[in-house]
Design a protein around this ligand. Sequence first.
Ligand SMILES: [Zn+2]
Length: 266
Amino acid sequence: MSQYQSIRPCIICHDQQQVEHYCSYDKLEYVRCNTCGLIYVDNFADNQAMHKAYTGGGLRSLRRKLLAPFRKMRSIKGYSHFLHRARGIFAFAKQYIAQDTQKKYLDIGCNKGFLLTAGIEEHYDVYGVELVTVLVRPFCNTYPQFSSHVYSDKFCDVAQRFTDGYFDLITAIDVVEHFEDPLADLQEVHRILKQGGAFVIQTPDGDCPQARTLGCNWGALKPLEHLHLFGAKNFIDFAKQAGFREVTIHDAFEEADGNFVAVLKK
Ligand SMILES: [Zn+2]
């Protein structure tokens, strides 16, 4: 057993006796819980450093800011590809909810708004949360009637705007690994989801072959952004702790660095 003393206990097992050092990146340390397999950043970077990791900083950020006020969705490079991908994910997600009435849909971490666009095509009332404001400007320019439904903040700060059971369908594609307090955030998702509603996620799989063979070079290890890396099995336990009654695991929408998809039913 390693002598490493973690700062934070495992958020699933609530224990730190079985937590071992995993990988170091400068001063940031990934640890792994030997009980459930959760890989997590033990000591978060400061807010400024984490925010910069998202906005890219410097010229990339400036170029985006200058162009954003004028851009429409169709001018986004790879528009057809991204919309096709989003339609596929949306079609997968909506099969898990009843198909009768006008539906409310939330995409957490909506990025450029392609999933929201797919939702609009299916006549859903769409809402989005995106920390990087400038990313979602072309969506707001294209669909001004939905621009007041897009919130540029962390999910935990946006969720309180919504009453219990407000949404029929919620997605978070490549997002839960970014949550600083995943239990609190999943509990909020559960609260604002309607009874019988579904929450669909994709996240890197800490048990995938790449994670095991590449070790500290696994592409999903980004300690400024990816704070908790679940596996399919421990994610089921975790989602049930947050209140979801049924959790199923599915093949990834795209493999990337090794992902899994989960459908959480309330
Ligand atoms: Zn654990």
